[in-house]
Design a protein around this ligand. Structure first.
Ligand code: HEM
Length: 208
């Protein structure tokens, strides 16, 4: 593992600021705030739905609970994808400004391979890998399982298909619950990786 100050860094960007112990510039501050803030909104909203809304749904009639769940689920889908987009875009922008992004290296998730000679690089890679996991899991949630909840039978469908539909919807509800918990844990893991960087290598190193 090579120390941070020996990494080839471009001028500007968080890492260069850390290495030369310069203050962050304004664009970096905005990018970090957007990067952490967007995923923060996602985690707080997801936790609120899990802890508060689902509890409330248990004490209202099932038909109303289903409508509330559908509405909140749709809004949360929009919040999630907006948060993933802002976090991903600001993250790669931060990396690009520091000269550490590599569009020709999909095998390192578009991070410059040299960066993986440092502990810093591995923490970045873990953070990004967790973000891709979130995106993949959310693709299943949004495009596979959620549409199953609103599927209806056609009048011409045979009676046996009603039972199949009910089973399919019950399984979709279970999968949505599992993936929602999975996403929450993965997002918290990415926060841990991000804060490990922040405490060990960059922002807090600069102000220390
Ligand atoms: C679930 C997704 C993610 C979360 C929760 C997350 C969280 C964080 C946190 C907490 C920080 C520390 C900010 C600080 O310095 O105080 C950080 C920094 C950073 N993140 Fe992420 N991140 C995520 C995804 C990504 C992605 C997809 C990229 C893409 C390249 C990325 C690139 C970066 C970079 C370059 C930094 C700055 C590192 C430095 O301080 O030198 N992150 N992230």
């Amino acid at each position: 593992m090579i120390p941070l100050h020996l990494l080839p860094v471009a001028e500007g960007g968080l890492l260069a600021a850390a290495v030369t112990r310069q203050p962050l510039d304004n664009l970096d501050k905005v990018l970090v705030a957007a990067h952490v803030g967007a995923l923060g909104v996602y985690v707080v909203t997801a936790a609120w739905i899990k802890l508060s809304l689902l509890r409330a749904q248990r004490v209202i009639p099932p038909a109303q609970a289903a409508i509330v769940g559908q509405r909140v689920g749709t809004d949360f889908t929009v919040v999630s994808w907006a948060a993933f987009a802002v976090t991903g875009a600001s993250g790669y922008w931060l990396l690009g400004r520091a000269g550490l992004a590599d569009p020709a290296s999909p095998q390192t998730l578009f991070v410059n391979a040299h960066l993986l000679d440092s502990a810093y690089g591995w923490k970045i890679l873990i953070m990004i890998a967790l973000w891709y996991l979130l995106v993949i899991s959310s693709i299943f949630l949004t495009f596979v399982f959620r549409p199953r909840l609103t599927r209806r039978l056609a009048p011409t469908d045979p009676p046996a298909s009603l039972e199949r539909l009910q089973q399919e919807q019950a399984s979709a509800v279970r999968w949505i619950d599992i993936l929602a918990w999975f996403n929450l844990v993965v997002a918290l893991g990415a926060f841990l990786a991000g804060f490990a960087i922040s405490f060990d290598e960059t922002v807090l190193r600069i102000v220390r």
